[in-house]
Design a protein around this ligand. Structure first.
Ligand SMILES: Cc1ncc(COP(=O)(O)O)c(C=O)c1O
Length: 304
């Protein structure tokens, strides 16, 4: 069966799901999007969409910043996402991409007078990082994280991802799996598409929202999982050198999941193996996301 994309309320074939060359978002990055995972549970013969409500909430918050509006309320949009998963009937792990954007028109930055368009599509997605089990080799990026007064990193604005792409390409072409970006003041911010956590003497540390991070939904899940396991989480500004000397280090993200990091700029983290607390949180996250942990079932929306 061929895939279908929902565009402005109508299903279109994958090959027909295109936008006009004059689309404002294509030229100026004026789109907001989300990335949502659906995990297929073979035993339960069900796919679970992870934290759908929170993703839709974040999308609508970001739409307000870019002054986008569409004729669907949050509940209708969430229902549309579930419908796209159903219509495509992929019985495997998937990634769902909703996007809302300023549409086609004449040249000019001021976007009013154009349509506000939306689309939702789904694609199969396995591991985002090949080395998620053995641990990632990362670098500190030469690119600084963009700052809130220039382009808010707290939202998933399409244009902001040029910053992430520059960092990712530099890292991969230099032989690393991923980059960690620092703020303009030189403090640890986040990965190109992931939040970052350190473990030091049994305490879990992560940069605060004010250090130009995306307020990750997986980050929030990990904070909850830590609290439920009795690990103290401290959100505070983190210096670059703390990355090199920490006991454990890992990324979190919808696509990246919970990904252990075993070296930064060639410096081995801990003893070079995946840390014990990282491993425990990774297992706990996958159990919750795959629908094997009733305690966190409120995070999941069954698709079928
Ligand atoms: C820049 C950036 N940071 C962090 C994250 C992790 O956020 P979430 O856990 O909500 O996927 C993402 C991915 O969405 C991202 O693009």
């Amino acid at each position: 069966m061929s895939r279908k994309v929902l565009m402005n309320g109508a299903y279109v074939a994958w090959s027909e799901a295109t936008v006009h060359i004059s689309t404002h978002a294509l030229h100026y990055g004026t789109a907001v999007f989300e990335g949502i995972r659906g995990y297929h549970n073979d035993e339960k013969r069900q796919s679970f969409i992870v934290r759908l409500t929170e993703h839709v909430e974040r999308l609508y918050r970001n739409m307000r910043v870019l002054r986008l509006s569409i004729p669907l309320n949050k509940q209708e949009f969430a229902n549309a996402i579930v419908d796209v998963v159903r219509q495509n009937a992929l019985l495997e792990d998937v990634y769902i991409r909703p996007i809302v954007y300023w549409g086609a028109g004449t040249v000019g930055l001021y976007p009013y007078g154009r349509s506000n368009d939306y689309a939702i599509y789904v694609e199969p997605m396995g591991k985002y990082f090949d080395d998620i089990d053995s641990g990632l080799k990362v670098c500190v990026s030469s690119w600084a994280r963009l700052s809130d007064n220039s382009l808010p990193p707290t939202g998933k604005f399409a244009g902001a991802y040029v910053n992430s792409v520059l960092a990712k390409v530099e890292a991969v072409q230099n032989g690393y799996d991923e980059a960690i970006l620092l703020t303009k003041d030189g403090f640890v911010s986040e990965g190109s598409g992931e939040n970052v956590f350190l473990v030091r003497n049994g305490t879990v540390l992560t940069p605060p929202v004010s250090d130009d991070i995306l307020e990750g939904i997986t980050r929030d899940a990990i904070i909850t999982l830590c609290a439920d396991r009795g690990y103290k989480v401290v959100e505070r500004t983190i210096s670059r050198s703390e990355l090199y000397s920490t006991d454990e280090l890992f990324f979190t993200g919808t696509a990246g999941e919970v990904a252990p990091i075993t070296s930064v700029d060639g410096i081995v983290i801990g003893d070079g193996a995946v840390g014990a607390i990282t491993h425990e949180l990774k297992e706990a996250y996958f159990n919750a996301a795959r629908g094997n942990e009733p305690r966190y079932s409120q995070w999941l929306t069954p698709a079928f």
